[in-house]
Design a binder for this molecule. Structure first.
Ligand code: ACO
Length: 164
């Protein structure tokens, strides 16, 4: 059991294959960036420890999924690093502003560092997505650059990163 920073009682646990249909439903309801079942399942099989769900009263209300990449640091130019890529996070509308995304992300960042030995975490976010940008800043991620036309509709992304 986890008590969120607003007193919300929730469970944060690793996702299982059986959870994928509900995770996909939440993803489609909350975000325009949707993925195939195969993509969700391949992330779950490869990086199960950072594919997390939040449950309230036994129902999944949010998820985060990440993968580990070896690539150029977003913060220290020209350094190759093990990077934790936060691919997608969402919380159902009725459960927002209760600290659920904060709890999911905090746990994912800890696991990326401790279990997957990443020295940096990063993500892309739409430049118009102020709630998410504010969430990430609160957790110590900083905007490091703009990725022009990153999204399929042409919107730019901020790349945000944090040392772990
Ligand atoms: N307006 C302004 N700031 C906000 C908002 C908002 N609507 N929502 C969250 N925040 C910021 C605030 O700083 C907040 O702290 P506060 O409540 O003390 O002011 C902080 O984020 C933490 O909020 P949480 O309650 O932990 O976040 P929540 O559980 O509501 O989830 C999320 C936030 C995931 C962005 C949710 O709004 C959502 O699912 N949005 C749609 C999907 C989405 O945009 N996902 C991110 C896309 S980018 C990516 O996936 C890598």
């Amino acid at each position: 059991m986890v008590i969120g920073d607003k007193g919300q009682v929730m469970q944060i646990r690793q996702a299982s294959t059986a959870d994928l249909p509900r995770i996909m439903m939440i993803n489609r309801l909350c975000l325009p960036e949707n993925y195939t079942y195969y993509f969700f399942d391949s992330i779950l099989q490869s990086y199960p420890k950072t594919f997390l769900v939040a449950e309230v009263n036994g129902e999944i209300v949010g998820y985060v999924m990440c993968r580990v990449e070896h690539g150029l640091s977003k913060l220290d130019r020209l350094n190759m690093k093990r990077l934790g890529h936060i691919i997608s996070i969402a919380v159902l509308p009725d459960h927002r502003r209760m600290g659920i995304a904060t709890a999911l992300l905090k746990r994912a960042l800890e696991v990326l560092k401790e279990e997957y030995k990443c020295s940096e975490a990063f993500l892309e976010v739409r430049v118009s997505n102020h709630p998410a940008i504010s969430l990430y800043q609160k957790l110590g991620l900083a905007i490091v650059r703009i990725s022009k036309g990153y999204y399929i509709d042409g919107e730019d992304a901020y790349v945000m990163a944090k040392r772990l």
